[in-house]
Design a binder for this molecule. Structure first.
Ligand code: NDP
Length: 433
């Protein structure tokens, strides 16, 4: 911890995992002898680089680029790129560390990584975004490859950015390989990849509810964020018979008591594609707008945080529980603070940790890699079926490792241990590397 003292998000992620995994390691001393925990927290490699580019006014701007190559014991490094002004080494190391366990849980052969830049896509023209992406890839290309490291999207990196990044990689290397996932379906992308994280989140939520003899049908759901994950979590929730009453962005939350239906969702997608703000929704559909607020005060049965890390704190958790929530499942990475997680688990309401609940995105990224290797594309139905099956298997693994002393299931414990075991076994088999 001393070595990483100035990396609070990374320490938070490590401490959350360690809490579940340490007792398990004590019961299995070979993991201790092999120093798996000490090795697994240390990235195999971190690359930090300058990203100079020219804005529309002809001025030079300089951003910082990163790639954290965390663990390649079970496959090539795999994890998204985030473009957001808050990006720093601590945030990317926490995301890469989480990715180790998540990718392991999917059962697919993917190691872990994460990268990105402090570049802000907000209020930038397409031309500026393209020039930035080209400069970013002009350095990143030498560190990635279809058998080495396969980045994808994350906050601020959607279809547009992946297209520009892939275009530049292809141009520099002079070959067409599956080096990025989240590509457009015209140039090697998988069907269902845009939907995968949100759909997977709702499939997983349905699994944990069904395990209690319940379902999404008739439930009132609050969702934060209004980006990729939030949109498709909303779509699948409605499909399974729930009513979704909120969405948000970093400026505020809309509260639509009547429920956001498919037509209203189409409007939100249009807003987002045009880089507009969620408050426009409140004006159009005459619903409440909670400026600078998150959705957690709104009474609901199920809360799905789908925006960013640490967006749901202990007070928010208290409010949700007092309002009768029965389940909180994480679409975002580490949206609940450690104290919030403790409170949720103590209260015995259902908690789906991100590394399990949002693993659908990287699952379909893994399937995109398979399709690229086969030079073939699968139908929507086939990919969706595989996604659903992986989320079912992840749920089973959580049940297997997640039983607590008092007989409850802790999905947090189950996901951390199940994710750990596969990587630890591979690391032991590979020797001290
Ligand atoms: P998008 O960029 O598509 O959307 C992000 C949403 O969250 C936007 O509504 C954004 O609002 C909001 N947001 C971002 N940062 C903040 C902040 N600091 N405070 C408040 N709101 C914020 O990203 P994704 O939907 O792809 O990602 C959302 C979360 O899901 C992230 O935690 C990501 O790591 C995680 N995730 C994503 C996966 C994927 O496949 N895309 C896979 C697994 C996890 P605004 O426009 O105002 O910034």
């Amino acid at each position: 911890a001393q070595r990483d003292a100035n990396e609070p998000e990374f320490l938070q992620a490590v401490s959350d995992v360690t809490e579940s995994v340490l007792p398990f390691i004590r019961d299995n001393p070979r993991y201790q002898k092999e120093k798996i925990l000490e090795r697994i927290v240390e990235p195999e490699r971190v690359v930090i680089f300058r990203v100079p580019w020219v804005n529309d006014r002809g001025e030079i701007e300089v951003n910082r680029g990163f790639r954290v190559q965390m663990n390649s014991a079970i496959g090539p490094y795999k994890g998204g790129l985030r473009f957001h002004p808050s990006v720093n080494l601590s945030i990317l190391k926490f995301l890469a560390f989480e990715q180790t366990f998540k990718n392991s849980l999917t059962g697919l052969p993917m190691g872990s990584g994460k990268g990105g830049s402090d570049f802000n896509t907000r209020n930038r023209s397409d031309g500026e975004v393209m020039r930035f992406c080209q400069s970013f890839m002009t350095e990143l290309f030498r560190h990635i490859g279809s058998n080495l490291d396969v980045p994808a999207g994350d906050i601020g990196v959607g279809a547009r950015e992946i297209g520009y990044l892939f275009g530049q990689y292809k141009r520099i290397k002079g070959s067409f390989t599956g080096v990025l996932t989240g590509k457009g379906s015209e140039f090697g992308g998988s069907l269902i990849r845009p939907e995968a994280t949100g759909y997977g989140l709702v499939y997983f939520t349905e699994e944990i509810l069904q395990n209690k003899g319940d379902s999404m049908q008739g439930k009132k759901v609050t969702i934060s964020g209004s980006g990729n994950v939030a949109q498709y979590a909303l779509q699948k929730s409605i499909e399974l018979g729930a009513t979704v009453v909120s969405m948000s962005d970093s400026d505020g939350t809309i509260y639509d008591e009547a429920g956001i239906d498919d037509e209203k969702l189409a409007y939100i997608m249009k807003l987002k594609n045009n880089h507009q703000r969620i408050h426009e929704y409140a004006s159009k559909y005459k619903c409440e707008y909670l400026e600078n607020e998150k959705p957690w005060k709104i009474p609901c049965d199920i809360a799905l945080p789908c925006a960013t890390q640490n967006e749901l704190n202990q007070e928010d958790a208290r409010q949700l529980i007092d309002n009768g929530a029965i389940c909180i499942a994480e679409g975002a990475n580490m949206p609940c603070t450690s104290k919030a997680i403790h409170l949720i688990e103590e209260s015995n309401i259902l908690y789906g940790p991100g590394k399990a609940a949002n693993a659908g995105g990287v699952t379909v990224s893994g399937l995109e890699m398979s399709q690229n290797s086969l030079r073939f594309s699968w139908s929507r139905e086939k990919v969706d079926h595989k996604l659903r099956n992986v989320m079912h298997q992840i749920h089973k693994k959580c049940l297997h490792y997640g039983r607590t002393e008092d007989g409850h299931i802790s999905y947090e414990k189950g996901a951390n241990i199940a994710g750990f075991v596969k990587v630890a076994e591979a690391m032991i088999a590979l020797g001290v590397v």
